[in-house]
Design a protein around this ligand. Structure first.
Ligand SMILES: *Cc1c(COP(=O)(O)O)cnc(C)c1O
Length: 376
């Protein structure tokens, strides 16, 4: 029997049938009321997921295009303080180096950010701060609200990658003082890969660079979005917009609060399994940092080979993620994003439990049972 593998990655994630079907429609004119309505529906729902009343645009490009748009339009030639405790924090730092004077405030991956060093950097005149809210590479959630307060106190711009929190966890752009927030379509929104959404505050608009990039010129996005019908400056990835609209309508139907608590419960179940197995969660959290609620990173015990474990789960048709860069072979990551629930989680954990055993690890306790207690 031919069966699609179950993608339990921190993006891309399985898409509901309605979302997939939406992509197979005939082409339409993107300068039309029909397209305008697709765009407007998406923006309405995304604004609620971002927790913002600010402008919001959808860009044809993956999450990284949204990150680059944020930095290139609003941080050009600025002193930028880049908080880094994982791969995506590093990416924002690398993007910042291309456009401004970037200062890395580095912690080991999955460990708390150095807020004292941030404060020093702000006192020394940093004009913008970049943060990854939910650091997917390490499974740690960073204290966006507190960092927002610090940033605002020093009147700097606050750029936040919410790519794996928005739509799956609490995100309050306006309440936290976020000037530019970014999400990607293939993570908690459960839409296809290839779109990014970016929100922009009034404060950010006041600091718009006079020398923007061409394709990612957000002022051009603003102008096109203000038209009737609502448009994008260049031809958008229309099939992806159809799918995004459907994914957004599903979020609206579920209700954001329900969706967030569902995600929290799923991650809690995975954590319960890891602990029952006798494994350690990878992130080192403190009173301010938390475990991510959309992806769980677990350290492998000594001697257990990542390749062996994930070959077993893969053979069973379940794809989980390994570690990136220097964490390759050291951790595995289970995404709990989008349109998944108890059946997918229990199957994943059963496969993982078997994989760990096959790879020679003596599990301490029944992790699947522990997860079922949380989900039941
Ligand atoms: C996936 C991800 C990105 C990158 O998005 P792409 O869609 O691969 O460009 C950025 N930040 C975080 C936190 C992510 O999880």
């Amino acid at each position: 029997m031919e069966k699609e593998p179950l993608l339990m990655l921190p993006g891309p994630v399985p898409m509901p049938e309605r979302v997939r079907f939406a992509m197979s429609r005939q082409a339409i004119n993107h300068r039309s009321a029909e397209f305008g309505a697709v765009y407007a529906d998406s923006v309405r729902v995304l604004k609620s997921a971002f927790g913002t009343a600010n402008d919001l645009f959808v860009i044809s490009g993956s999450g990284t295009a949204g990150m680059e748009a944020a930095v290139a339009n609003f941080c050009k030639d600025k002193e930028i303080a880049c908080l880094v405790n994982g791969k995506f924090g590093e990416r924002l730092y690398k993007i910042s180096q291309r456009y401004g004077k970037a200062h890395e405030i580095k912690s080991d991956w999955g460990t708390p950010l150095n807020l004292a060093a941030l404060e020093e950097r702000l006192e020394a005149g940093a004009q913008a701060v970049t943060l990854v809210h939910n650091e997917t590479s390490a499974g740690i959630k960073n204290p966006a609200a507190e960092i927002g307060k610090l940033t605002r106190k020093h009147d700097a711009l606050f750029i936040v990658d919410g790519i794996t929190s928005i739509g799956g966890d609490t995100f309050e752009a306006d309440a936290w003082g976020v000037d530019v927030a970014i999400v990607g379509s293939q993570k908690c929104l459960a839409a296809p890969a290839g779109l990014a959404a970016v929100s922009v505050s009034g404060r950010a608009w006041e600091q718009l660079t006079k020398n923007p990039p061409y394709y990612l010129d957000l002022a051009a996005y603003r102008k096109s979005a203000a038209g009737k019908p609502m448009e994008t400056p260049y031809t958008p990835a229309v099939p992806l917009f159809f799918a995004l609209r459907e994914a957004c309508l599903i979020i609206e139907e579920e209700g954001l609060a329900n969706r967030i608590s569902r995600h929290q419960k799923m991650a809690q179940a995975v954590r319960a399994a890891a602990q029952a197995w006798g494994l350690h969660l990878f992130p080192k959290i403190d009173a301010k940092h938390e475990y991510a609620n959309t992806v769980t990173a677990v350290s492998y015990p000594e001697g257990v080979k990542d390749d062996d474990v994930r070959a077993v789960t893969k053979k069973m048709g379940i794809i989980v993620a390994g570690g990136q860069d220097h964490l390759k072979g050291k951790i595995f990551r289970i995404g709990t994003m989008g349109a998944v629930g108890a059946p997918e989680i229990l199957a994943t954990l059963a496969a993982m439990q078997f994989g760990l055993k096959k790879a020679g690890y003596k599990i301490k306790d029944d992790g699947v049972g522990a997860a079922a207690e949380v989900l039941g």
